[in-house]
Design a protein around this ligand. Structure first.
Ligand code: ADP
Length: 341
């Protein structure tokens, strides 16, 4: 077939689609025209036999006047149109205890308040804390067609955690591959209309993280660090790890920076100050902000009422962080759209 014929063929396929649109709506998934046949792939999920036959009659009638080769109609019912998968945003740290889970929960809450259809996965399978942070300890996820259905936490955010599925003692016994499979079940759950999934990674740069990022390719990673030198060394290692896996670093958040004494109000810096910002600059990464060490943050987190859901300084800081993360996610989409065009 030469170019002109091919072009004409594509024009006729478009004409066939246009003729079918009034009778079949968006059920026509594919139109292929060759010299010997027109093949239509039609999605008929939800229609009984009578309705399918009637749809076929209407489609044949709609094309009757077009002088086409014989019509073949393939009906597919099993697969509906594939749901787009949510984008994954990883929250990682080089070591435990720096506030990665606290930041993940509050980031998800702030994104939700900013209008994002966000979900949360607690991938910290050996020390899951999101059920407590997001006030969903007592919920049990159901499964449908071998797929988990997320529970909801604070602000009705869909979420899943190993804490919802296994006791800590059970999870502790898992070896790498089992842990990786468990994680896959959480990420491949039925997330409905969620567009962005915040993933609270296990601390460190071990097998579970590697499996996860290789398999699921997050669009970017937020690194949480305290201002301590040692923690920053670990943060550097986390950045190197994401670099190696070609996962872009969205930026570094400094947590537990500057302690305001609840009695005298004096601000001190138990873990030093500005270390993460300097490190971000040195490593050419974006500095995403500084979350102070406060008693209320710890108390509210422990009580399952993330401060990002309320008002005040901490809530504002997380709103700012969410804005930066969402802008990053949108820029990745824009790049993908440009690449497609
Ligand atoms: P990770 O997930 O990195 O192990 P967590 O988020 O579980 O760390 O935080 C460890 C502990 O520190 C928790 O008790 C949490 O409430 C507390 N915490 C985290 N960030 C802050 C903060 N900015 N101010 C006060 N306490 C904090």
């Amino acid at each position: 077939m030469n170019d002109a014929q091919q072009g004409a063929g594509q024009g006729r396929e478009a004409a066939i689609r246009a003729a079918l649109a009034p009778v079949a709506g968006d059920r026509v998934e594919g139109v292929r025209l060759t010299e010997n046949a027109v093949t239509l792939v039609v999605e008929v999920g939800g229609l009984d036999d009578g309705a399918r036959a009637a749809l076929e009659d209407r489609m044949r009638a709609a094309l009757a006047g077009m002088d086409l080769p014989p019509l073949r109609i393939a009906m597919t019912a099993e697969r509906g149109p594939e749901k787009p998968k949510p984008r994954l945003i990883a929250v990682g740290s080089g070591k435990g205890g720096v506030g990665k889970s606290t930041v993940s929960a509050n980031l998800a809450v702030a994104m939700k308040r900013a209008g994002c259809r966000v979900g949360l996965v607690d991938a910290d399978i050996y020390g899951p804390s999101q059920p407590r942070l997001m006030h969903s300890e007592d919920k049990k996820p159901q499964a449908k067609d071998k797929q988990l259905i997320p529970v909801t936490g604070v602000l009705d955010i869909p979420m899943l955690s190993m804490g919802h599925l296994a006791t800590p003692d059970q999870a502790i016994a898992w070896r790498g591959p089992m842990a990786g499979n468990a994680l896959a079940q959480l990420i491949e759950a039925d997330w409905g209309d969620v567009t962005d999934l915040v993933i609270d990674l296990p601390p460190g740069t071990g097998d579970v993280q590697l499996t996860m990022i290789q398999k699921f390719k997050p669009i970017g990673a937020v690194i949480v660090s305290t201002p301590q030198d040692l923690a920053l060394m670990d943060a550097r290692r986390a950045i190197a790890f994401f670099d190696k896996a070609a996962v872009p670093t969205i930026g570094i958040v400094e947590n537990m920076a500057g302690f305001a004494c609840p009695h005298c109000g004096e601000v001190s810096d138990p873990f030093g100050a500005g270390g993460a910002e300097a490190a971000a600059r040195e490593l050419g990464r974006r500095f995403l902000g500084r979350i102070p060490l406060t008693m209320t943050l710890r108390e509210e987190s422990d009580a399952g009422t993330p401060p990002a859901a309320g008002s005040g300084e901490i809530s504002d800081l997380f709103a700012e962080l969410a804005g930066q993360v969402m802008a990053f996610a949108d820029s990745v989409n824009a790049d993908a759209d440009t690449a497609k065009a």
